[in-house]
Design a protein around this ligand. Structure first.
Ligand SMILES: Cc1ncc(COP(=O)(O)O)c(C=O)c1O
Length: 393
């Protein structure tokens, strides 16, 4: 039989992350710093809360937009941490991870042929979700300023892309960002809104790393800066905050009209997010002060360990402001491209990274590999020791 796939699925860009993970597993000293698995210990309270939720009967479908308890806890968190005011009855949808929220938003709001702007370097799932729906990704490259260690937006370019492409329907912001750790400042967000004001364009924000912020940086939710709630869709989740990437729990907040319609789609595709897991997260979230400071301390320490090692061996890192990845400059390895560099690093040290080309359409990605530092400290320290073998190259 001649199997024919949907043409948008055929267009998907295959990520190198899976390939590197497979190759890493074959290496006798393999340590996987390529994939953002985030396999840290779970809190005992969270484990007990799941157990209790199952025993208390939270095992059946929940309302299509999520359990009351979780929407209430999310609304409280949004108020305390994000300075956002969303009504838990009408403006919050519990989704199957932030990935589910992003998919629903794009599938519900846009038509084939519409264009979506992503900043480059981008998160591969954003790019592929756009492609899979027959939408058109347009990338706006961020310029890396080595001296300031900052990824800067070229606002002229952004305006020009919008002017030139009348099909642009949304801009996606990921803050803090995967893979470069950029945190969008209030000034940058304001300028993006100024550009949007003149056009009928949504801003979709993915804030999954909102609690992983370093130094004196501050997480700003774009919706808190906007005067126009109808233009912004805020997406977040619990995968990274509670180290529960496999639980598949997230949320999407927007105005009532959008949430009502997207809720129908969420129901159709997923019915609901896992019921006992919703209840457990709600129980822990509602009791917390919503700051989760321990995340910042843990990941900042990991970032510094990795940054110091990379500086020592000459793979100069772009020091991230948040999230748990960094891009490191591999020019010194004299490889043909970032794929060859990632293979070379893995073969010689056992440490798996991701070629920079996975996050860029332009050639700029060939200068980098991405490291993930969401690892237990002893494993990260071992990875750093192994990486030092590179100093001999
Ligand atoms: C930018 C970004 N968004 C979303 C996700 C996935 O989040 P979730 O587990 O909530 O679907 C990831 C995971 O790596 C990510 O890097």
């Amino acid at each position: 039989m001649n199997i024919k796939f949907n043409r948008h699925i055929n267009n998907l860009k295959q990520s190198d992350i899976r390939r590197m993970s497979i190759e890493c597993a074959k290496h006798p000293q393999g340590i996987n710093l390529s994939q953002g698995i985030c396999d840290l210990e779970l809190s005992e309270q969270l484990i007990s809360a799941v157990d209790k939720a199952i025993r208390d009967g939270y095992n059946i479908y929940t309302r299509y937009d999520g359990l009351d308890e979780l929407r209430t806890a999310v609304a409280r968190k949004l108020k305390i941490y994000n300075q956002l005011d969303y009504n838990q009855e009408k403006e919050i949808l519990i989704t199957n991870g932030s990935t589910g929220g992003f998919y629903i938003a794009l599938a519900g709001l846009f038509e084939k042929g519409d264009s979506i702007i992503l900043f480059e370097p981008y998160y591969g799932y954003h790019y592929n979700t756009i492609l899979s729906l027959g939408l058109n990704p347009i990338t706006c490259e961020l310029n890396y300023n080595d001296k300031k260690n900052q990824w800067l937006i070229n606002f002229e370019k952004l305006s020009e892309l919008i002017e030139k492409n009348k099909t642009v329907k949304a801009i996606v912001i990921n803050t803090p960002a995967n893979p470069n750790g950029k945190i969008f400042s209030k000034e940058e967000i304001k300028k993006i809104f100024e550009i949007l004001e003149k056009n009928d364009i949504f801003l979709i924000t993915d804030e999954i790393y909102e609690y992983i912020i370093f130094d004196n940086n501050e997480h700003i939710s774009p919706a808190a800066v906007s005067a126009n709630k109808e233009k912004v869709l805020t997406i977040g989740g619990f995968s990274k905050t509670f180290s529960i990437t496999g639980w598949r729990l997230g949320y999407l907040c927007a105005c009532e009209e959008i949430i009502t319609k997207l809720g129908i789609l969420n129901d159709l595709i997923y019915i609901c997010a896992p019921a006992p897991l919703q209840k457990a997260v709600a129980d822990i979230l509602i009791q917390s002060d919503c700051t989760f400071k321990e995340l910042k301390d843990f990941y900042q320490n990991n970032r510094d360990i990795l940054v110091n090692t990379l500086n020592e061996i000459g793979l100069t890192p772009c020091v991230p402001e948040g999230a748990y990845y960094l891009l490191a400059d591999i020019s010194k390895l004299n490889c043909k491209n970032s794929r060859q560099a990632a293979d070379m690093i893995l073969q010689n040290t056992g440490v798996a990274t991701v070629p920079g080309s996975a996050f860029f359409n332009t050639k700029s990605g060939e200068r980098f590999v991405r490291f993930c530092f969401a690892k237990k400290k002893d494993i990260l320290l071992r990875a750093c020791e192994q990486l030092k073998k590179l100093s001999f190259f």
